[in-house]
Design a protein around this ligand. Sequence first.
Ligand SMILES: [Zn+2]
Length: 129
Amino acid sequence: MVDYSLARRATIASVRRGLTPSADVCDAHPELMRAARNIGEERDAPCPICSHRSMRWVRYVFGDELKSNSGRVVYPLTWLRELVDRYDQFTCYVVECCIDCGWNHLLRAYAAGRRYRSPAPAAGLRHRV
Ligand SMILES: [Zn+2]
């Protein structure tokens, strides 16, 4: 898993110090904004830029094996379980997006699929994804 929280913190600090204009980081693509608004997972945390409680998580999956599903937004979340059962390997990206100001940042990327399934009961995975 690749964790992008350090980069996220650095970006936020740069905005707060006035080194980076907020317009540069509140630039969510219209499709990301639409996904966040309509099917994003609500987060109980204030936006680091506008402080509004309008944060959403959007998950994307990418991988050669996924073919036409590569690049798609994960919705509903149970679909991710189906992909894990069906494919050996793909990458899941979790992006946070504020539906108010457009702040967006990649939070993490992780490998998923049959190859990475834990031997523990599937219930464990359900809570993790
Ligand atoms: Zn915001």
